[in-house]
Structure formats: structure tokens, C-alpha cells
Design a protein around this ligand. Structure first.
Ligand code: FMN
Length: 374
């Protein structure tokens, strides 16, 4: 008789199954949402996109979260060639992608995004709209075909807010009709919902402005509207962050107090998970103390997906082992290694991310050219 000689895999915990709501996931590894501006001009996903998403599923990820998808035919679109979920042609093309991902045993969530004041390209409107007439910080992103400063947005009235909320609900219904396993409401990174949440971009005097409890109202209304439209038993999550694409270092003004308010409110919503993103997910959210992911876990009491520089297997393993998160999501790590889960499972090295993949334009055609040139 002898004891098992098989040593424990150092990152074996990443390969353990888990659940989000009613959905079973084969492991703890998700692809982070990444805008790739590779749809048609009409926002219809392409066959190239199908191959891109399929590769992550084939490479072993348990979950793929799509790029931010625009939700209505008014102010939501952020980028030219961004895909949408607002008509039958877009929905049918997404269905084809979902089927390819499912064929390899992975799950796929649609990230629903309203760009608000950060819109750099919208075929339905020639100006962005946001909570207040405040020029967004920073400059437009050239790798998404933007240039110069952001225009001052139109201030949304109640009718535009209602239209945006309804857009999220309708796009969510289309996502489930297209076979998606869940939807993620994009409340992070400086886009519309985050513009409402952030004091400096929200100067409203009505029930959407003022204290944090008011500024999170739009997120609450979107989550409730989505749940009402899709019904129980469907996965709905929210993504939140402190940093923004146009203000990387932003911290919630009230620090820990804000974290408590925001995550407690999210915990009372009809949602199944929280996705947090920070530059380095394991770092204290506010100088010292707990990470944003573990604050989410503590106060929302929901499964958490943690994101931010977790592409080194030791980092990802530590987040899961410490129960700071149920899953980790990888952005740049997944771009550099569509088969990151299989490589790590086999004990192989993972490649470093190459910035040229996203430059001069962050689309799939550019990435294929860079890869072909080796
Ligand atoms: C090319 C690119 C596009 C991105 N687009 C989105 C997006 O559409 N929605 C979103 O929530 N985050 C987006 N992000 C942020 C990523 O989801 C992730 O938070 C970021 O890359 C940090 O994770 P990482 O350190 O694993 O790369 C994008 C990141 C990259 C690199």
C-alpha cells in the first residue's frame, strides 16, 4: 500500500468548479470584457469576432465576458465599429458566437454598456449625453479612433434617463434570446452609470445627484429594470471600479464609507454577482486594508469576480485561495494567451502581453497582423 504520489498542483484551485446563481462554471477563470471595435459599421459582430471568442473557450476559460455592447439606438454607443444588441441582425450574429463558445464547454456573459459622456463615435447621435454638462477629464482614445478632448455632453432629462434604462432592459432580453448565459451591467470605468456615481461628473440637483445613495440610483434602476425584463433564474451581474478610462487613479471620494454604501446597495439588488476592477486587484483599495474585491464580498455578500493584473498564476491563485473572489478575470493575460488556463494547468509558461496588439487601433485585424509578423 502506498499513499498517492501525485503532488498537489500549485494552481489547482483555479481548476475547481463554481457557481454564479443558477449557472455552473467549470473553473475560476474568466476572460475580462474587452472592447475590440471589430464589428461592422452597423454594429453586427463578424466571423472574425466569432473566431476570437471561440479561441478563449477552446483555450480552457470557464467564462467569457464580452466586450461592452451598446444597448440602444440613442446615446449608448461609444465607439465606431462597436457591436450592439439592438436589432435582429446583431442578435443573430451574437447567437453564432454564443454557440461556438458553448461548443467548447464555456459560458458567456454579454457586457451591456452605455458610454454616456465618453462616447467617441455614435452613428445614431452626434453628441454624447451624461448626468451634467461637465467636460470629461482626459482625452479620447486614439486606439478606438478618437481624437482630442471629449465634447461637453448634453444633460440627460428624465426622458433620456428612462430611455437609457429601458435600453439596458431590452438589450438584456435580446442577450438571453441570443443564448447568453448572463448579462453584466457595465457600471465601471467612467461610462454612463459611473458618471452618475462620480461626484465630479454629476452635479444634478434631482434625486440622481447629491450623496452617494442618490448617485447610485441609476445603477439600481438599471438592475431592477433588467431583472424585471428577463425574470428570475437568469444571471445578472454588475461591474464597478474606482478608476476610469479617462481618470485611471480616481478613488471613491468617501473611501471606505463609499465602498460600504455602494456594495451594500448592490447586495440588496436583484443581481447575482459583482465584478470589481482595480489596477492591481490584490492591493488595498484605500491606502491600507482590504482589496476592493474583498470589500465587495464582505458588503454585497455575492460572488465576486476580481480583475486587475492577475495574469501571473500565483496572483490569481492567491485571490481565490484567500476567498477574496470566486473567479478572476484576465484582460491582457487572455489577449497574450487565449489558452492561459490550459497552459497553467499543464505547467507551461504564459506569454507576456505585447502592447503592439492594440496599436495603432485595438481591433482584431491589427492584432492578427502583429501575430503574423511574429
Ligand atoms: C483592449 C481593452 C479593451 C477593454 N474594454 C473594456 C470593456 O469593453 N469593458 C470593460 O468593462 N473593461 C474593458 N477593459 C478593461 C479590462 O476588462 C480589464 O479591466 C483591464 O484590462 C485590466 O485587467 P488586466 O490587468 O487583466 O488586463 C478593456 C481593456 C483592454 C486592454
Amino acid at each position: 500500500m502506498h499513499a498517492s504520489a501525485t503532488p498537489m498542483h500549485p494552481h489547482g484551485i483555479l481548476s475547481t468548479p463554481t457557481r454564479i446563481g443558477p449557472i455552473q462554471l467549470r473553473n475560476r477563470l474568466s476572460v475580462a470584457p474587452m472592447t475590440r471595435v471589430s464589428a461592422t459599421a452597423e454594429g453586427v459582430p463578424t466571423t472574425r469576432m466569432r473566431g476570437y471568442y471561440e479561441a478563449f473557450a477552446r483555450g480552457g476559460f470557464g467564462l467569457v465576458i464580452t466586450e461592452g455592447i451598446y444597448t440602444d439606438r440613442a446615446f449608448s454607443q461609444g465607439y465606431l465599429y462597436q457591436p450592439g444588441l439592438t436589432d435582429d441582425a446583431q442578435q443573430a450574429a451574437w447567437h453564432g458566437i454564443v454557440d461556438r463558445v458553448h461548443a467548447h464547454g464555456a459560458r458567456i456573459f454579454a457586457q451591456l454598456m452605455h458610454a454616456g459622456a465618453l462616447s467617441q463615435g455614435n452613428r445614431f447621435r452626434d453628441r454624447g449625453a451624461g448626468p451634467s454638462t461637465v467636460e470629461p477629464r482626459g482625452e479620447q482614445m486614439s486606439f478606438y479612433r478618437g481624437q482630442g478632448r471629449y465634447p461637453v455632453p448634453l444633460e440627460m432629462g428624465q426622458a433620456e434617463i428612462d430611455e437609457a434604462v429601458d435600453g439596458f432592459a431590452q438589450a438584456a432580453a435580446r442577450a438571453f434570446a441570443a443564448g447568453f448565459d448572463g448579462v453584466e451591467i457595465h457600471g465601471a470605468n467612467g461610462y454612463l452609470i459611473d458618471q452618475f456615481l462620480t461626484r465630479y461628473s454629476n452635479h444634478r440637483q434631482d434625486g440622481y445627484g447629491g450623496d452617494t445613495g442618490n448617485r447610485i440610483r441609476l445603477l439600481e434602476q438599471v438592475a431592477v429594470a433588467v431583472r424585471q425584463r428577463v425574470g428570475d433564474g437568469k444571471v445578472v451581474g454588475v461591474r464597478v471600479s474606482q478608476g476610469k478610462v479617462n481618470d485611471f487613479l480616481h478613488k471613491w471620494e468617501e473611501g471606505l464609507e463609499d465602498a460600504r454604501t455602494i456594495f451594500q446597495r448592490i447586495g440588496r439588488l436583484p443581481v447575482d454577482y459583482v465584478h470589481t476592477t482595480e489596477f492591481e486587484a490584490w492591493q488595498p483599495a484605500f491606502g491600507a486594508g482590504a482589496s476592493l474585491a474583498s470589500l465587495a464580498r464582505e458588503h454585497a455578500r455575492l460572488p465576486v469576480i476580481a480583475n486587475g493584473s492577475l495574469h501571473h498564476p500565483e496572483r490569481a491563485t492567491a485571490m481565490i485561495a484567500a476567498d477574496e473572489a470566486s473567479l478572476v478575470s484576465l484582460g491582457r493575460g487572455a489577449l497574450a494567451n487565449a489558452d492561459w488556463p490550459r497552459r497553467v494547468d499543464a505547467g507551461l509558461a504564459v506569454s507576456e502581453f505585447n502592447r503592439a496588439l492594440l496599436s495603432p487601433v485595438a481591433d482584431l485585424e491589427n492584432a492578427e497582423r502583429v501575430c503574423a509578423e511574429g
